[in-house]
Design a protein around this ligand. Structure first.
Ligand code: ADP
Ligand code: UDP
Length: 236
């Protein structure tokens, strides 16, 4: 499988066509951004960690019955995925208060919820990804009612699977963002990535942050945190 024309360069990844019209290659960069692109930097080795960890988790999720875009890891930074039309929603699941939830509702970080929450943001850079609900998503024709139900149930299944998995590695899965897409037959699959860029991970014993918050909040030890998460997931 070879890369053809570059279709897109995002903040963290590049997307290429291949010789198969149904497959893309994604290439993970070390570039990091935060606060709607206002903060920019490099996290050395991040592309490798995110690529390999995301692929491992997608394979785990497939075994648990969650359909994903994952096809094949080509090398440390590049993966073959099924081409999808991305549903323009950021699907956020939370188990513990943190980040924008804590800020928005004026509560401290670290409150363990009785049940996970789900929220949607409209993926639209010009509008700065505003928070919307399922009715708004339907009104804006971003997804059908059936697709939203599928996305919700898959997102909670991802949470059940990953929460238990990370706890077995001594990591609390605080919150995370998912993206879903439509295959050419219209079926919904999990797409994009699952990594320390898109999840909050706290060490189960010490609550040490092991994710992109170290970059966002200038906590230092950013590369070490990514490496530590890769070590816990992949044993290296
Ligand atoms: P951003 O667009 O937010 O800067 P990235 O740098 O991660 O993010 O770019 C990757 C882009 O590829 C995202 O827009 C994402 O929605 C999209 N994408 C992820 N998986 C697939 C896929 N399987 N098919 C098509 N597009 C995808
Ligand atoms: N997240 C993400 N991309 C975004 C926004 C959020 O991957 O564009 C992830 C983020 O890493 C965290 C979760 O979604 O794990 C919830 O983020 P939150 O809404 O608290 O926003 P933030 O504090 O990152 O602004």
């Amino acid at each position: 499988m070879e890369k053809r024309e570059q279709l897109y360069e995002g903040k963290a990844k590049k997307v290429y066509k291949t010789d198969d019209p149904e497959l893309y290659i994604v290439s993970y960069k070390d570039d990091a951004t935060a606060f709607d692109g206002q903060k920019k930097g490099t996290i050395v080795g991040k592309g490798v960690v995110n690529n390999r960890m995301s692929n491992y988790l997608m394979r785990l999720l497939e075994k648990a019955g969650v359909p994903t875009h994952y096809v094949q890891e080509l090398n440390d930074r590049e993966t073959v995925v099924k081409k999808v039309s991305i549903v323009p929603l950021e699907v956020i699941i939370r188990n513990i208060s943190a980040g924008s939830f804590a800020k928005r509702y004026g509560v401290e970080e670290g409150i363990v919820f009785d049940a996970p929450t789900i929220e949607f943001s409209y993926k639209n850079d010009e509008l700065h990804d505003p928070l919307i609900n399922a009715y708004h998503a339907r009104a804006l024709k971003l997804a059908t009612a059936g697709e939203i139900e599928t996305i919700k149930s898959l997102a909670f299944k991802v949470n059940d699977t990953l929460k238990a998995y990370f706890l077995s590695l001594g990591v609390k899965l605080v919150d995370f963002k998912l993206e879903f897409g439509r295959l050419s037959d219209g079926s919904i699959v999990l797409a994009d990535e699952i990594s320390p860029d898109t999840c909050r991970f706290w060490d189960a014993e010490t609550n040490e942050k092991l994710d992109k918050d170290r970059f966002r909040r200038d906590l230092g030890g950013v590369e070490d945190a990514y490496r530590e998460m890769m070590k816990r997931v992949l044993g290296e």
